[in-house]
Ligand binder design. Sequence first.
Ligand code: AMP
Ligand code: ZN
Ligand code: FE
Ligand code: FE
Length: 285
Amino acid sequence: MIDLHTHSTASDGTDTPAELVRAAAGAGLRVVAITDHDTTGGWDAAVAALPAGLTLVRGAELSCVSHAVPGRVRTTLHLLAYLFDPFHPTFVAERRSLRESRLERGQQIVERMEADGLPVDWPAVRELAGDGTVGRPHIARALVRAGVVGSVDEAFGRLLHPSSPYYVPKADLEVLTAVRLVRSAGGVPVFAHPLARRRGRVVLPEVIAEMADAGLAGLEADHPDQDPADRAEVRALAQSLGLFVTGSSDYHGSNKIVRLGQEGTAQESYERIVAEATGLEPVVG
Ligand code: AMP
Ligand code: ZN
Ligand code: FE
Ligand code: FE
């Protein structure tokens, strides 16, 4: 089993990077990728704890926005980046600025909630995030802890969805710039959950075609937030654009109900990622 999309406490997962790789081995995975939001902060701890028999792909999931052109609405999307050079200066600076934007925006969401009388505060959210990249799941957990909602999922559905009055967008990275940046850092860009409609608006097929022209390598087809029809559509798009497809759990520990290895990637697609990467190689445990 190959699972190429997971989160640790370096962003909004609940397993530390060490716990994550141990859990991956325990779940019977052969290859796991660590793909925290906008950071490589979990990489070293994951490598240090890598169990024998498990291969680690170092990656990240980048917060992007599709460029606003007349007639097209602003749409946020996630780009997975695998095996890139973590020291590429422009990329380092972009990840930092994405994390800073998350801090500002998280605080603004919390302020809107406080102004409305909800019992949450920014220090509590920061504490839940620790050293990790702050995200809405941390706000969701603070709301669960305060008894406002019963679960993280309920917090997203009722209070943190893009259509909620408390929602504030982040200053995300323009997606074509992101695709080119990942390639210039020797990495391999894969569009995460391109048709996950329950999260909000998804991009048009022409945006995916533009991403392919900019250097996109693959599309994530098998993802818990994509139903069988979405997955079929993603596969058809990938085929027409000459991209490979991946499958992954998008594991977040107890922040989500998905299991490690719930979805998997074919060996062939994994080999293409490794072959196309010039930034790093997988770490064999
Ligand atoms: P943010 O990065 O702050 O915009 O928060 C988005 C993250 O929240 C996504 O990466 C998802 O992993 C997570 N997320 C979105 N919807 C849900 C949900 N219903 N339950 C749990 N986590 C979610
Ligand atoms: Zn996440
Ligand atoms: Fe995502
Ligand atoms: Fe993710």
